[in-house]
Design a binder for this molecule. Structure first.
Ligand SMILES: [Zn+2]
Ligand SMILES: [Zn+2]
Length: 149
């Protein structure tokens, strides 16, 4: 993402928070900022360590709580992986995830056919659909290269 886009996204985010009556502290804003800069779906721990230098007083607990709040308000998305720690990303355009079972890397991909495909009728009995996401598990090219060596 370009610098200008980042600034615009941050402004938009602040406005959204104000409309939601969410308190925007410097720390909270920096957590969102750091997630905007990331393209690797970081965990709370990773975000915390990336912010350690600029925000030495930031606690991991604050990162957890902030991410939970953002997620509750659909500002960010939580990605469940096989790992014990959830990964996060900014809630932007609809996309899906490829997860490498070896290294745990999470990559984005688009799947318009899936997006427009109606869910089976049985899902309606289970509840109202908010969004549907596909997760594909596999082995990334780097890992398969590594495995065959
Ligand atoms: Zn891999
Ligand atoms: Zn993603």
């Amino acid at each position: 993402m370009h610098c200008k886009d980042i600034q615009q996204q941050l402004k938009k985010f602040e406005t959204t928070c104000r409309n939601l009556n969410l308190k925007v502290t410097h720390q909270r804003l920096e957590i969102f900022h750091q997630l905007l800069l990331a393209d690797d779906h970081p965990t709370a721990e990773i975000l915390h360590s990336r912010l350690a230098e600029s925000l030495p007083t930031l606690s991991l607990d604050t990162v957890y709580r902030t991410l939970t709040t953002y997620e509750k308000h659909n500002l960010i998305r939580r990605i469940e992986t096989k790992e014990s720690h959830a990964r996060y990303e900014i809630a932007t355009t609809l996309h899906h995830h490829f997860i490498c079972d070896d290294c745990g890397q999470v990559k984005d991909f688009f799947w318009p056919d899936f997006d427009t495909m109606p869910a089976p009728g049985t899902v309606a009995e289970l509840g109202q659909i908010r969004r549907k996401n596909a997760v594909i598990h596999g082995i990334c090219p780097e890992c398969s290269k590594h495995n065959s060596e």
